[in-house]
Structure formats: C-alpha cells, structure tokens
Ligand binder design. Sequence first.
Ligand SMILES: [Zn+2]
Length: 318
Amino acid sequence: MMRYVTFCATLALLSACGETTDALETGIPQIQTPASVTRPNDTTFEDVLAEYQALNLRLDRVAASLRISNTSLCPNLIRDPGFSIHRLEDYPQSVQSMAKVMLGIKEGGLFIRSVRPNTSAAEQKLTPGDEIMAVNEHEISPDKVMTVYNRAVLQNGFESVLSKVRIQTPEGQEYLARIKPTTACDVQAKVIFSETVNGHTDGEDVLITSALMNAVPDDTNLALVIAHEMGHVIAGHAKMPQSQTLELEADRMALVLMARAGYDVNEAVAYWERAAHPHEGGDSNNSSHPTTRARYENFQAELKRIKKSKSLKTLEFK
Ligand SMILES: [Zn+2]
C-alpha cells in the first residue's frame, strides 16, 4: 500500500504512534518523558525542539539518497515531494501548546516539517512552518475528520511530473510552489528522542534514536544504520522470528543499498569496525544477534562480492 510522508511525527518526548513494538533490535528505547512540559518559555524544551528539527533534516537527507537510489529493490514506492510534513494532532496532547509556539503549527492544518536541500521544494523556498493549503487545486481540509481525504489529496497530488502546491507562510502570504516529485522507496526514517543508542524498525518505518544520531556524526556511518533497518523492512523480517541469520542478511543488504546510493562501503565497514557495539550478541548461538566477529566477516564477504560487480547502480541483493 502506498503511504505518504510522515503523518505520524515522533517529536521529542513521546512517540505519538506507539511504534516501538515488534522491534527487531534488542534494547528497544525507552522514550524519555519529561515530568512537566507546561511552561512555554522553558528553554530546555526550546533546545529540544531546535535539535528535533536539525535531527529530522539530517535523517531525511541521509535516508533520501538510500530511498531514491534503490527503488528497483523496494517492494513499495511513493512519490516523494522533497519535503516532509507534520500536523499538530501528530503530537501528544501534553506538548501541543508548545509545538504551536515552537513549530508554528495549528489545529487541522498540514505543515512543512523539513525540506531537503537540492530538491524543487528547496528551490521553491518551502520552509518549515509553512502551511499546505492545496495540492493541484484540491484544498486541504482543516476538518479533523477529513484526514483520509487529505492523505488522498497528497498521495494523488504527487503522482504527476509537476505538482502545484499552494503554500501559506506563517506571515499569511500565499504562493504557488511548483514541485517535481521523485519516486522513492516507501520507507520513512523517523527520529525518536531517547538516550538509548538504537536503531530499529516496526516493519514499515526506520526509527533512529537521537542518541544514536549524535553518536554517529559521520553521514556514512548513519547511512549504514538506516540501510541495515531498510534491509529488514524490504525483506519483511518483522514477520519472522529474530535470528542471527536475519541480522547478517540485513547487514549484507545494507551494503548493497549503500553502494547503489554512492556511499563508500569500504569506509562504512571501517567506521563500523571502530565503533562501539552496544547491542552486540553474545557468544551463544541462542542470541538473536550475531557476534561482532561474525558480522565483520559477513561484511567483508559481501564487500568482496560488491567489488566484483561491474556496475554498482544495478547491483542486486545476494
Ligand atoms: Zn537488525
């Protein structure tokens, strides 16, 4: 089924969608819930939201190259407009008043959450906080019960080569943005605020914790984490019992996805080798996670296979 962008935002503080179930990785993050978020001028909260925007932008950017370069390997595709959106209703009730102030979003509307560089959306100067009023002359409804209708407007609206998106800036100015959507894998990457270093998937989306993103300042390394989780999604691993075999398969798939997207896979494995491995499997064969040694040998074998390939862009999974 085709879905559109990120209706289900995972802002700081709480997951609006409860998507931490069925995680494939060990150490499922505990979402950090502050005791109180009632003061609008709370600078800590302001900092968290600023960080949220920055993390989303980075995650969207790194995931985009993997999603766009690997459409022939993904079972489900979407038309990606180069920006992601969110709604006030995506956020838990307790932080909505804060989100209004900090993110400039209101009830009933669809708002720009992040804009990827080097897209028509960026060229057309779309900015986080802008509201989407209509797509190809189909108005977005402010009525809460029209969620399904709004979703269809967006989904159908980006099927064409050129989409006309009517935007209203926070200052109330309206303009028509000409958006050229791109076909991409329908795997969304989302940030979850957590102090636990972890990446996992619920079978549809890739969920990366803020702590993990901060622990991997290099985009190649972040891409390896995203690509590993994308591998789980593409192979449908969420429906199977966790096992070392699936983990090693996701690792091999990750290198293929990365090579096709133009990432330096040698560097990725070298980074991985030097990194700490908090969720490393034990020596026991009963562990669902392979040992670091087993993963390393698996990576090396797949690197060897990839290097023999004549064209990285048409590389297939093993
Ligand atoms: Zn995994």
